[in-house]
Design a protein around this ligand. Structure first.
Ligand code: BGC
Length: 751
């Protein structure tokens, strides 16, 4: 804030001596103040930036009173999230706020929801970039895109004055109808953990605290606050927990948000096994655990079992915790450990040494980055007779449906980013009314028109199926946009597209077989009409650069390279649970009223028994059950073709080399995928992804790519020794361009 007075001083002219004199006095006083502040810092040993973060945290801890310690381990209430709730001074307008301790230079912690961009920016007339969904990010199979994604979030958080992100969702996709799948990174532990780990590293590269959430097994929204998840421990470690393990190892998040649900009977925020034993023990997590909002259920049990901070209130970790510490039911060293972890995160992130300085967010930079990620994320699922890319020269195109004339769809709930100018389909509604689909002003129609100025391009809403079909019949080609809105607080009842859209596609495709479908959806959907349309483009929720990214792909300015991070089943009946467990008329809407009625609507003691699918999440289930997916994990086409040859795997290092050639006429990028099947003694008779490599090739060009199989992925988790173990025996390695297109294989014996 003082910076604004500096240019005035340097701009003072000698001819204005009175002003100059006053300025000098102000300047001198300011300089003295700076000296005083500077002089104070070295005398506080924890402000020595050369000391390790842990040591600095210990030094502060020694200075703190019991009340100060308690102050750091809980939030200050619902704040801006609930109308009428107290908003603490210093709250920056985010979901959470913990007041700092100025006498010790401990800053306020301002936490912002930021799953796919910073939430609630419009509240303070700020701007935030809407990125593609995290599931879209996972479809890039590009760790650099993950880092860029987090970097956009981190820098905009800083620009808005936040020092902590509460994004980083990485729950494994066990339930393809989960309303929050768009916040997560799909069904494979290695892919999801790698993308979100890089995302977290990108956030934290901006010197703020990043987190990973919702730990763990919050794999459906139905009954999310009460549901008890059952799963064998070995299966836990090899699936959902492995995903977090990889994300934590790569991203080194300084915070973990524990989830609402229960695991083996205990709430996730008071679960000794997942928090103390696995996260803080096996994963070596050094940061702090905060509860999901109102996800704390006890004082002593939570404190002893690993929770470090209650959010957003002080129901259990305020006066009740103080009493418990005084009574000795929570030992002082445990309270000190909680505080130490929070302080460690503040020092290690840089939030203390380099606090965020507010400035206006650069929307152009954000949009460019979001568009780049979207262009890598969009998956070409089907392209019969190479109907795509479209010609830019003449002809007529009917654009139909899903408000493609005004914008692109985004996901709802606490991941909702505010749309600039309000909901693009109804600006008077405001930027982000809870519980309503919000469109962002990136109109595919506009960009499609820009690409083909000589073509006759008209739009029809698709609301009236008969009219849409008649409209489609009159054009050479149809681009039909379809939507599936999803949100925190509710799962989709089926894989089917809502709003009678299956009937719309059938009618349009019948009227014009040159129909290209563009999907804007949260997670996998069924497509009973797939063979009736010419092409299908999966754009996820494509973000603020989405309209342009879609047009670039439709017209071939960008060659698609995205690959599915999740299996698309043909029908609900093929899933481990044909129906979302516990989803009824009563429970279909868990928290659409901004948390307030979240628990009231839920069953009191429901269970989800994940042992039914166990280790076989996603494509593993389809392989073992001999079911054909509609589109397989890893699938994604290009406008060029690639040939794979010469797989060899080194016995000592489990490193594979594969030769790949671009056999088509266009430059393109493919994702070479390596899968392994463990020896039969493992009892795990399915392939799993063990590594991949994105490779860009000019027409005719060949490259040899090297992929080292991740050693943990070649192991099983042995519960009796509580460790990973690689079994001796025969390992089948397969390589290719998708989990259902693996032309190369070799078997090696590992000791
Ligand atoms: C969500 C969290 C979110 C929190 C604060 C909860 O309902 O599950 O992901 O960070 O609200 O908005």
């Amino acid at each position: 804030m003082f910076h604004s007075s500096l240019p005035a001083r340097s701009g003072t002219s000698l001819s204005n001596s009175r002003h100059a004199g006053r300025t000098f006095l102000v300047g001198a006083a300011f300089a003295l103040l700076c000296i005083a502040v500077k002089a104070q810092k070295p005398s506080d040993p924890w402000m020595d930036t050369k000391l390790p973060a842990g040591q600095r945290a210990e030094l502060v801890l020694k200075q703190m009173t019991l009340d100060e310690k308690i102050q750091l381990v809980h939030g200050s209430g619902w704040g801006v999230l609930r109308e009428g709730a107290y908003v603490a001074p210093g709250n920056n307008g985010g979901a959470g706020f913990v007041p700092g301790i100025p006498r010790l230079h401990i800053p306020d912690i301002n936490l912002a929801d930021s799953a796919v961009g910073v939430r609630m920016a419009a509240l303070d007339s700020r701007y935030a970039t809407l990125l593609p969904s995290v599931l879209g990010l996972a479809a890039t199979w590009d760790p650099l895109a993950g880092h860029l994604y987090g970097d956009v979030i981190g820098r905009e958080l800083r620009d808005q004055g936040y020092n902590m992100s509460i994004g980083g969702g990485v729950d494994l996709m066990r339930e393809p109808r989960n309303g929050r799948n768009f916040e997560y990174a799909g069904e494979d532990p290695l892919l999801a953990g790698t993308e979100v780990g890089n995302l977290i590293a990108g956030v934290q590269s901006n010197r703020i605290i990043g987190d990973v959430k919702h730990y763990a097994f919050n794999d459906q929204e139905t009954n999310r606050n009460t549901v008890n998840v059952l799963l064998d421990r070995r299966d836990m470690r090899e699936t959902d927990l492995l995903t977090f393990q990889i994300a934590v190892a790569i991203g080194r998040p300084l915070a973990t948000m524990c989830s609402y649900n229960r695991i083996e009977g205990d709430y996730a925020c008071e679960n000794d096994y997942t928090l103390n034993k696995v996260l803080k023990g096996a994963f070596g997590f050094k940061g702090f655990v905060l509860s999901d909002w109102d996800g704390t259920h006890s004082t002593v049990k939570s404190a002893l079992n690993g929770l470090d901070m209650e959010q957003p209130s002080a129901n259990f970790f305020g006066p009740a915790l103080k009493q418990a510490v005084e009574a000795g039911t929570v030992p002082t060293p445990r309270l000190d450990d909680m505080v130490q972890r929070i302080l460690y995160s503040l020092f290690a992130s840089g939030a203390i040494d380099d606090p965020p300085a507010r400035r206006v967010v650069d929307p152009f930079r954000g949009e460019k980055d979001a568009q780049h990620i979207a262009e890598e994320a969009i998956v070409l699922l089907q392209n019969t007779h190479n109907i795509l890319p479209l010609s830019k020269n003449g002809g007529s195109i009917a654009v139909i449906g899903s408000h493609a004339d005004v914008g692109v769809l985004s996901g709802g709930g606490s991941a909702q980013v505010d749309s600039p100018g309000g909901n693009a389909i109804n600006p008077s509604e405001g930027a982000s009314p809870w519980g309503k689909p919000i469109y962002f002003p990136s109109a595919p129609l506009e960009f499609i028109r820009e690409k083909a100025p000589q073509s006759n391009i008209q739009y029809n809403s698709g609301d009236d199926i008969t009219a849409a079909a008649a409209f489609a019949a009159k054009s050479d080609t149809v681009v039909l946009f379809l939507h599936q809105w999803q949100s925190e607080g509710q799962d989709s009842p089926t894989l089917s597209l809502p709003d009678n859209q299956d009937a719309l596609v059938e009618a349009v495709a019948k009227a014009n077989p040159r129909t290209i479908v563009v999907l804007e959806n949260g997670g996998p959907v069924s497509m009973p009409w797939a063979t009736h349309v010419a092409a299908i483009l999966e754009s996820w929720y494509p973000g603020i650069g989405g309209g342009e990214a879609i047009a670039n792909i439709l017209f071939g300015d960008v060659n698609p390279s995205g690959k599915l991070p999740a299996t698309f089943a043909a029908r609900d009946a093929d899933l481990p649970y044909p129906h979302v467990p516990g989803l009824t008329e009563k429970t279909k809407n868990n928290g659409m009223n901004a948390h307030s009625d979240a628990v009231a609507e839920q069953e009191k003691n429901p269970t989800v028994d994940y042992n039914i699918q166990g280790l076989m999440v996603g494509y593993k289930w389809f392989q073992v059950e001999h079911k054909m997916p509609l589109f397989a994990f890893g699938h994604g086409l290009s406008y060029t073709t690639f040939a794979y040859s010469a797989l060899s795997v080194d016995h000592a290092t489990a490193t594979a080399t594969i030769s790949i050639q671009n056999t088509g006429k266009l430059a393109g990028t493919d994702v070479a995928q390596l899968y392994a099947t463990l020896p039969s003694a493992s009892g795990e008779p399915f392939r799993r992804l063990v590594g991949w490599q994105r490779v860009t090739l000019a027409p005719g060009e060949s490259k040899v790519v090297t992929i080292t199989a991740d050693p943990t992925l070649l192991s099983i988790f042995d519960v009796s020794t509580d460790s990973w173990e690689r079994l001796p025996g025969q390992y089948l390695f397969e390589a290719g361009t998708a989990s259902d297109d693996l032309p190369l294989h070799t078997t090696i014996t590992l000791p």
